[in-house]
Design a protein around this ligand. Structure first.
Ligand code: GLU
Length: 282
């Protein structure tokens, strides 16, 4: 069975949604049509017996829209106020949409401190275990309202990879506004070619991760490659796909050749704590 075919068998899956994937590009408002499709797909995957964790960005983007801010907030306190308003709104929409299918969900907000503190980390791990056993879908975000510069993850690419490592997921899917990994920035270099599978993340691969931050989210290709290192070292495959068409999620899990697949190569020396303390992968 090839690496793509193996994706059909994945059982414990973390799916990360970028802000640009769940909002309309033109207005910044939530793309409800797309979210409805997404929720149907996710519920059906849990119906098939798969365990899912959704890492959803969008708190700041949704809050910004609700507060009528024309530009992306830069001041910390304003960003945190946006997140406080937006996270509640985001969960309200998820609750409404998932309730159509009777699918229970949960909210898990994490800070770096949650991961650094042994007791908090263990508690988070136990909570995930309980929720997954009950077929509940945890929706995770960074607790942006209380994070400070010193203790923030800052981007949900890293956060989703750490969650995948924490719960021993076997697959992480990053839904983004880029198709996957290219040998160079395709918007600047027409010669850039697409990479479908990465077996090992070496220096050449890391150098391909040029910054391509989106207007709404915070992660670029560099943070995605860094996430891939955490996920693959901890034993999970990782796929980056363009979430423009949400049905691509079904394509990934059907083993189709979409996006870039980073193959797991469990590194027994990988310690989640070491990573968080030293940020050696960034
Ligand atoms: N936690 C941020 C939010 O929900 C998003 C971070 C990111 O874009 O990666 O707005």
């Amino acid at each position: 069975m090839n690496s793509r075919e193996l994706l059909k068998k994945k059982q414990r899956i973390v799916i990360k949604l970028g802000s640009s994937t769940i909002t309309h590009e033109k207005t910044g408002a939530l793309n409800l049509g797309k979210l409805e499709k997404l929720i149907r797909i996710l519920t059906d995957l849990t119906n098939q017996g798969k365990e899912l964790v959704l890492v959803s960005s969008g708190a700041i983007a949704v809050g910004r829209k609700a507060l009528g801010l024309k530009t992306k907030p830069t001041e910390k306190s304003l960003k945190q106020a946006c997140a406080a308003v937006g996270q509640a709104k985001l969960m309200m929409v998820y609750q409404k949409l998932f309730s159509e299918y009777n699918q229970t969900l949960a909210q898990v907000l994490i800070t770096k401190y949650t991961m650094l503190n042994d007791i908090s980390r263990e508690n988070a791990q136990n909570t995930f275990r309980e929720l997954l056993q009950m077929h509940i879908i945890p929706i995770v975000n960074e607790n942006d309202t209380v994070s400070t510069d010193e203790i923030e993850f800052g981007d949900n690419d890293t956060l989703s990879a750490l969650v995948a490592a924490l719960i021993h997921a076997d697959l992480l899917i990053l839904l983004s506004d880029i198709d996957g990994l290219y040998t160079d920035d395709p918007t600047k270099n027409p010669e850039a070619s697409f990479i479908s599978i990465v077996g090992k993340i070496d220096e050449t691969i890391c150098n391909m991760g040029k910054e391509s931050a989106t207007s709404l989210g915070t992660g670029g290709m560099t943070t995605k490659i860094s996430a891939a290192r955490i996920a693959t070292d901890s034993g999970a495959d990782m796929v980056i796909v363009n979430g423009k068409d949400i049905h691509i999620l079904e394509d990934v899990l059907a083993g189709k050749n979409v996006g870039t697949l980073f193959k797991a190569h469990k590194n027994h020396g990988f310690e989640l704590m070491d990573y968080i303390k030293t940020k050696q992968y960034s």
